[in-house]
Design a protein around this ligand. Structure first.
Ligand SMILES: [Zn+2]
Ligand SMILES: [Zn+2]
Length: 250
């Protein structure tokens, strides 16, 4: 650690003391984020037993037989594959909620590090050309004060040296997807996005970034739009966390 960095950290500790959002211990980080190293290391990644396409964790017996979940067997995906760092539960869920809903924007640094780990470890050798964050609707962004996925995208851009594409917009408000069934989710996001500068994506590999993935309806809709408006090559969906589904839904 450089002298400058040490002095900055001491200054931060003196003037802006903060505690870890998980363990509440006093914390000092090079990126000034309120998440201590121990708690960051405790955020466990998903295991190897996941659906090849959508990345949902699968019970071992299902994996050995098929390797893909029933939803992916039912029809082709508009994206090529999806990967999430961990399960949307426990400490990871808590950190994401602190980031999104309590304005702890500095958490973008450790969270983007998780995205980088997932991309490098499970990117299936995809060389991404564009990071495309799933955008908030403008009014929601104003209410929240920032767009969490855009912020994640920009930090990830610094780590991967891959540019952020700014031509995707959410053009109407959508209800929260939680609590809706699959059909309602599809109707909720249908035609909710608009793509500008589509020609920039032509024959490029896309890293579609979101914070949490449940059924994947939103990213499927965006992927459909990307494929309709442009001749994108591969689309990889990259998220922080996957909502675990009941095995009866697989
Ligand atoms: Zn901690
Ligand atoms: Zn699947």
């Amino acid at each position: 650690m450089s002298l400058n960095s040490t002095i900055r950290q001491i200054g931060q500790a003196l003037f802006f003391p903060q505690s870890c959002v998980v363990c509440h211990h006093w914390v000092l980080n090079p990126d000034f984020s309120p998440l201590c190293r121990n708690c960051l290391l405790s955020l466990k990644p998903l295991g190897q037993r996941i659906c090849y396409y959508c990345g949902i964790p699968l019970p071992g017996d299902l994996l050995e037989v098929h390797g893909i979940c029933s939803q992916c067997r039912d029809g082709p995906k508009t994206y090529d594959f999806a990967r999430a760092y961990g399960a949307y539960q426990g400490s990871l869920r808590l950190v994401i909620r602190k980031f999104k809903f309590e304005g702890r924007q500095r958490l973008a640094y450790p969270l983007a590090a998780l995205l980088e780990t997932c991309y490098r470890g499970r990117g299936l050798n995809l060389k991404a050309h564009w990071i495309v964050p799933v955008p908030l609707y403008s009014r929601r962004r104003r209410e929240r004060g920032f767009d969490q996925t855009l912020l994640l995208g920009h930090v990830l851009c610094q780590k991967l040296k891959v540019p952020v594409f700014g031509g995707l917009r959410r053009v109407r408000p959508t209800a929260p997807q939680s609590g809706l069934d699959l059909r309602q989710r599809q109707e909720n996001v249908y035609d909710a996005f608009l793509l500008d500068q589509a020609e920039l994506l032509s024959r490029r590999n896309i890293l579609l970034v979101d914070d949490v993935m449940t059924t994947g309806t939103t990213v499927s809709e965006i992927s459909r739009l990307l494929r309709t408006k442009s001749t994108v090559h591969k689309i990889m969906v990259l998220t922080l966390a996957r909502v675990p589904l009941l095995y009866t839904q697989l």
